[in-house]
Unconditional design. Structure first.
Length: 204
């Protein structure tokens, strides 16, 4: 089975491969970098799951290939659950630049006056798997709880990882080695759920 990881994010692609390859050893992986002709799928959904389904279905239908898409992001309680589905483009939406550093800088600014006990947040991930006709056949979601620090820590991961502190581990997700991060992360736990569903339905 050839499976498209429907992403151009190198960090996500790496994590997908790391986590799915051991569980589903007979799958071959490709990603959107190998399909420059693919038209971008608009993420118009109001939830992570809706956007994951849009992407999986859209790319599978275009390319006639099994496609796995995720939508994930950070929900901060003090911001009413934002940036949420806009996590990757949070800074650009506020005309503050693009990419991880501007996103993190803006988040810190928005939480500047928020005390530690109100800086709770969670990473959320929803996954969708579509067959080559574009029909979504499996979905899975999960989350990891944490809090937002006042300054970044750690050089690993990507996105908001340097700010996301997991109290039970005493580290940010940017300070965790890949294997440990994959074990506790929103994406890691969602992928474990999806891999189990794939095995149960003989999608291998």
């Amino acid at each position: 089975m050839l499976l498209l990881i429907a992403s151009t994010n190198p960090g996500k692609i790496r994590e997908f491969r790391q986590m799915l390859a051991p569980a589903m050893g007979d799958i071959q992986f490709t990603d959107l970098a190998q399909y420059p002709q693919a038209k971008s799928v608009d993420e118009t959904g109001q939830t992570f799951l809706a956007n994951a389904c849009l992407k999986a279905s859209g790319y599978a239908g275009q390319l006639k290939i099994w496609s796995l898409a995720d939508d994930s992001g950070l929900a901060v309680d003090a911001l009413g659950g934002k940036p949420g589905v806009f996590s990757a483009r949070w800074a650009s939406m506020h005309q503050r630049g693009e990419g991880d550093h501007p996103n993190n800088d803006l988040l810190l600014e928005q939480l500047q006056t928020i005390p530690p006990e109100r800086r709770t947040a969670r990473f959320v991930c929803s996954l969708a798997l579509a067959d080559p006709t574009g029909r979504v056949i499996l979905t899975a979601s999960d989350a990891v709880e944490g809090e937002i620090l006042r300054q970044p820590r750690g050089d690993g991961g990507f996105g908001y990882d340097p700010l996301f502190f997991v109290r039970s581990l005493g580290k940010t997700t940017a300070e965790l080695p890949p294997q440990e991060k994959n074990r506790i992360s929103h994406r890691g736990k969602a992928l474990v759920r999806l891999a189990a569903l794939m095995r149960r339905t003989a999608l291998r």
